[in-house]
Design a protein around this ligand. Structure first.
Ligand SMILES: Cc1cc2nc3c(=O)[nH]c(=O)nc-3n(C[C@H](O)[C@H](O)[C@H](O)COP(=O)(O)OP(=O)(O)OC[C@H]3O[C@@H](n4cnc5c(N)ncnc54)[C@H](O)[C@@H]3O)c2cc1C
Ligand SMILES: Cc1ncc(C[n+]2csc(CCOP(=O)(O)OP(=O)(O)O)c2C)c(N)n1
Ligand SMILES: [Mg+2]
Length: 576
């Protein structure tokens, strides 16, 4: 088959089995858009801003495990995509971003809409390419998908100059079946001797703790993690990115850890004697003060990326490999071992954990006449029977969703953890809904975050992606306000939003349904009414308590045991 460069791009996407391409046209990609026009296997989703394209592709990827794909033009199209690329990079999400570039003869001449996007994105992609020769196009796109999806996943950008996609040059096309990259051989199996040492340590532990992160979800290893954890009977915590990697309603689950983690998870981290970190990267929101991190523990770390090992916290037993195969090896060794964890020590450990749990650290004022944000999330959890895909933006609403919506399955909780990108939630929800048209998709957001990519409400109408937007409207950049209350003597510098739009009218103007909810007694009925409208996007504007804070909180520079607790739970703490 003979194809021109533009047709090759589209044919490669078909051969990769790409279902959706999120994009926005412009001069440098017009040949590609013309090739897209002539086919319907790859469905193009026209977003309203290139940031939306990358976030929607990202939501698609997080919820399916398949790579998300975006197409943007050169210059401003490409630079608009950078925030989405960096968001995916920080959370290790597989994306392939195709960007148009000015023609090869004028690269470097400040040509119209020229930006050095390969240079700009170098620090926030797993890899990037500039394709200067149409003969290299198919092979480069194959490499891009391979790199994005193997080892530690991540975004890959392919920059394609306009002349490379010219309709004038046709060449024979064949999509490579495999690619080999000399210096890229990601590990799968862990080192057997290291795994043996780790298993011995785990079986001798008296106060063990499992800390599992996003790597479990990225590696599709939730089922094996669940078997492993139940076999040992150990307590387990998840990072923000790991939620759903272990069932959130299970008794062995002690909640999220870290800055806004539960009292019991953080105290168990502080007191444990053996810590098993699985697909987690010891982020600063998790470790708190490094010198006080797990002071009594020997640490085992399973991670596919050797660069993650001992990056911030020195570990005793590193295991480089994919979570799934490593845990399978561990299960086999545990089953064939004569040793078992000391039942008395384990039972005493669980008694201690139950005492910490008794503090009820997430308790809030349930009798308030103003809507409490936590209450909305609790009601959302019940109204959806815990089965929805939930995206979020960034701020207090994100933390309350992580704390109060219990995720029993992986890939249901879709949020920007590493970069913390406001504006992520709405476009991500569109990507999720396209991938899962039969499921409920909810975007929990704040009134500051939602306006950052509000234009995508238009995309939601065009492609009929009926999502439910739960806006926890506290009239503040709540997370910023909270830090100003705690650290700047309540000087609320530029964190109050004085001129908000009427969100009901805004939703209606985009062709959707808007609802404003002001009383706690109306919360559940509003949610149910919204879910009844199964073919409509509904914007629920919940007017919530503007003074509410997220608790517990480990403030910057503090250790896990040094948490600021909610006034609602501190009394119980004294008693415990
Ligand atoms: C406002 C705000 C507050 C936050 N507060 C908290 C908080 O309280 N608690 C919290 O936990 N986070 C919090 N975060 C998120 C935090 O910033 C980090 O994003 C998060 O802690 C990182 O999670 P992780 O360690 O699971 O790593 P991820 O970023 O998910 O990284 C996954 C790790 O697993 C490895 N990996 C990937 N695939 C595999 C595989 N197949 N096999 C083996 N290893 C693999 C990767 O190499 C990497 O090291 C907050 C974020 C925001 C925006
Ligand atoms: C793009 C971007 N700009 C700034 C920030 C810093 N920031 C983190 S949370 C936050 C406030 C978010 O406010 P809102 O969306 O209303 O959520 P709330 O905290 O009130 O729930 C800000 C400004 C960010 N995370 N992302
Ligand atoms: Mg707010």
């Amino acid at each position: 088959m003979e194809l021109n460069g533009a047709e090759i791009v589209v044919q490669c996407l078909k051969d990769e089995g790409v279902e959706y391409l999120f994009g926005y046209p412009g001069g440098a990609v017009l040949h590609i858009y013309d090739a897209l026009f002539k086919q319907d296997a790859v469905k193009h989703i026209l977003v309203r801003h290139e940031q939306g394209a990358t976030h929607a592709a990202d939501g698609y990827a997080r919820s399916t495990g398949q790579p998300g794909v975006a197409l943007v033009t050169s210059g401003p199209g490409a630079t608009n995509a950078v925030t989405g690329i960096a968001t995916a990079y920080m959370d290790s999400i597989p994306l392939v971003v195709l960007s148009g570039q000015v023609p090869t003869p004028v690269i470097g001449s400040d040509a119209f809409q020229e930006a050095d996007i390969v240079g700009i994105t170098r620090p926030c992609v797993k890899h990037n390419f500039l394709v200067k020769d149409v003969h290299k196009l198919a092979e480069t796109i194959k490499k891009a998908f391979y790199i994005a999806t193997t080892g530690r996943p991540g975004p890959v950008l392919v920059d394609i100059p306009k002349d490379v996609t010219s309709p004038a040059i046709k060449i024979p096309y064949e999509y490579p079946k495999t690619v080999t990259l000399r210096s890229y051989n990601p590990a799968v199996k862990g080192h057997r001797w290291q795994i043996r040492k780790a298993v011995d340590l785990l079986l001798e532990a008296r106060r063990p703790m499992i800390y599992a992160g996003g790597g479990v979800i990225l590696g599709n290893a939730s089922a094996v993690l669940t078997d492993f954890t139940r076999l040992l009977g150990f307590p387990i915590t998840n990072t923000l990115m790991g939620l759903g990697g272990y069932p959130g309603t299970d008794q062995q689950f002690v909640g999220m850890l870290g800055m806004h983690g539960t009292y019991e998870a953080n105290m168990a981290m502080h007191e444990c004697d053996v810590l098993l970190a699985i697909g987690a990267r010891f982020d600063d929101r998790v470790t708190g003060k490094i010198s006080e991190f797990c002071p009594r523990a020997k640490i085992i770390h399973i991670d596919v990326d050797p660069a993650s090992i001992s990056k911030t916290v020195r570990v005793d037993i590193p295991i480089v490999g994919q979570v799934g195969p490593v845990l399978e090896d561990m299960i086999e060794m545990i089953r064939s071992s004569t040793k078992v964890p000391d039942p008395k020590a384990l039972s005493d450990w669980w008694t201690q954990i139950a005492r910490w749990r008794g503090i009820d650290c997430l308790r809030y004022d349930g009798n308030s006449s103003i809507i409490k944000p936590q209450y909305v999330i609790e009601q959302l959890y019940e109204a959806t029977a815990g089965a929805a895909f939930v995206t979020s933006d960034v701020g207090q609403h994100q933390m309350w969703t992580a704390q109060f919506y219990k995720f029993d399955q992986p890939r249901r909780w879709i949020n920007s953890g590493g970069l913390g990108t406001m504006g992520f939630g709405l476009p991500a929800a569109i990507g999720v809904k396209l991938a899962h048209p039969e499921s409920e998709v909810v975007c929990v957001t704040g009134e500051a975050s939602i306006v950052m990519c509000i234009q995508e409400l238009s995309t939601a109408l065009q492609y009929m992606t009926p999502i439910k937007i739960v806006n926890l409207n506290n009239r503040y950049m709540g997370m910023v306000r909270q830090w100003q209350e705690f650290n700047y003597e309540s000087r609320y510098s530029h964190s109050y939003l004085a001129t908000l739009p009427d969100f009901v009218k805004l939703a209606e103007s985009f062709g959707h349904v808007g609802m404003r909810i002001e009383k706690p007694s109306e919360v559940r009925a509003a949610l149910e009414a919204a879910f009844e409208l199964s073919d409509r996007t509904v914007f629920l504007d919940f007017i919530t308590d503007s003074t509410e804070n997220v608790y517990p909180m480990i403030e910057a520079g503090k250790g896990h045991h040094d948490m600021r607790l909610s006034p609602c739970s501190s009394v119980e703490r004294e008693l415990a």
